[in-house]
Ligand binder design. Structure first.
Ligand code: NDP
Length: 311
């Protein structure tokens, strides 16, 4: 394949926004869409907090709109995944899953993160019908309802706290006899009347006719005093961590201990000139479509500057 100026990897809000900006800057970007075109957002239903849509917008429609906007400015799309990369020197080389080689002067990594799930078949069954991995995205649908959050870290406590502002009752399902979260987050949860912390509790499955109506849980699994019971809930939120999709790039690019790509001073610049990271793959904190879109725009602007410096 001939050398391209800019390769964008990932088709979430970060990747598509980078493509819109890069296309308008005449960089003729090529975007690798990966296995889940549209990214994590496509696992939710309606998006109500993306500015510009006062009545909300269907998540898939929002992503298709972003894609069309990128296409309008000349972005080319490849439905494939990046398997391997060689960033030892510029121009950079990457290989797709069918072994096609791409040579690019600059690269924007916008591969996102994947929420971790427990691995229960019921999570798939009720996906978008009561199961969610993002309280900020879906919490609003559970106003005055009863929900459970799984996890005992900062994310779980933060999500439980956020949901307690909407739902009537929040159960925090924690597998250990203690919370792992920071002291301040623990206190926030323990002092909240609407949150019940269920320690030493694991989820066995979910039940419900047309959506989640409850969870089968077990207290002290495999120990004396084990007790199985059903917990009636309307929503089941996973908050057991995220995994940034950075494995392919780790041999070349600096990441933190979880795998989030390290960038410089709030910019999308990585440790390698001409290689940028945007969106959730570099963001352990905010994980929002609007933030990812903003960082995609920044990455394209940095790539434009870098590419002009090569001339
Ligand atoms: P963590 O890895 O810190 O916590 C994950 C939690 O999920 C743990 O309680 C863990 O249990 C539990 N868990 C993992 N797997 C399972 C499973 N299969 N079944 C049941 N429970 C499970 O992830 P977070 O997303 O909470 O945080 C990631 C990082 O981001 C942390 O460094 C955190 O401090 C930071 N963060 C900071 C925030 C802030 O400062 N406001 C907000 C959000 C995140 P166990 O303890 O038993 O392993």
């Amino acid at each position: 394949m001939e050398k391209i100026k800019l390769l964008i990897i990932g088709s979430g809000p970060a990747g598509y926004t980078a493509a819109i900006y890069a296309g308008r800057a005449n960089l003729s970007p090529v975007l690798i869409e990966g296995m889940q075109p549209g990214g994590q957002l496509t696992t939710t239903t309606e998006v109500e907090n993306f500015p510009g849509f006062p009545d909300g917008i269907d998540a898939n429609e929002l992503m298709e709109n972003m894609r069309s906007q990128a296409e309008r400015f000349g972005c080319k799309f490849i439905m494939s995944a990046v398997e391997r990369a060689d960033f030892s020197s510029a121009p950079y080389r990457l290989w797709l899953d069918d072994d096609t080689e791409i040579i690019a002067d600059s690269v924007i990594i916008a591969t996102g993160a994947s929420a971790k799930y427990l691995g229960l078949p019921d999570e798939q069954k009720y996906m978008g019908m009561g199961v969610s991995a993002c309280a900020t995205c879906d919490g609003f649908f559970y106003r005055k309802k009863v929900v459970a959050v799984v996890g005992g870290g900062d994310t779980a406590c933060e999500e439980a706290h956020y949901l307690s502002g909407l739902a009537n009752k929040v159960y925090l399902i924690v597998r250990k006899p203690y919370l792992r979260a920071s002291q301040i987050m623990q206190e926030r949860v323990l002092n909240n009347d609407k949150i019940d912390v269920l320690l030493e509790t694991n989820t066995l499955g979910l039940y419900g006719e047309n959506g989640v109506e409850g969870a089968h849980v077990v207290y002290k699994k495999g120990e004396p005093g084990e007790k199985q019971y059903d917990l009636p809930i309307d929503g089941f939120f996973l908050a057991i961590g995220h995994r940034p999709n950075s494995d392919v790039f780790k041999p070349w690019i600096e990441t933190d201990e979880i795998g989030y790509i390290k960038t410089k001073d709030g910019s999308p610049c990585t440790s390698i000139p001409g290689i940028y990271a945007a969106g959730d793959v570099a963001d352990p904190h905010y994980r929002q479509a609007i933030i990812a879109a903003g960082s995609g725009a920044k990455a394209a602007m940095e790539a434009e500057k870098y590419l002009s410096s090569l001339k």
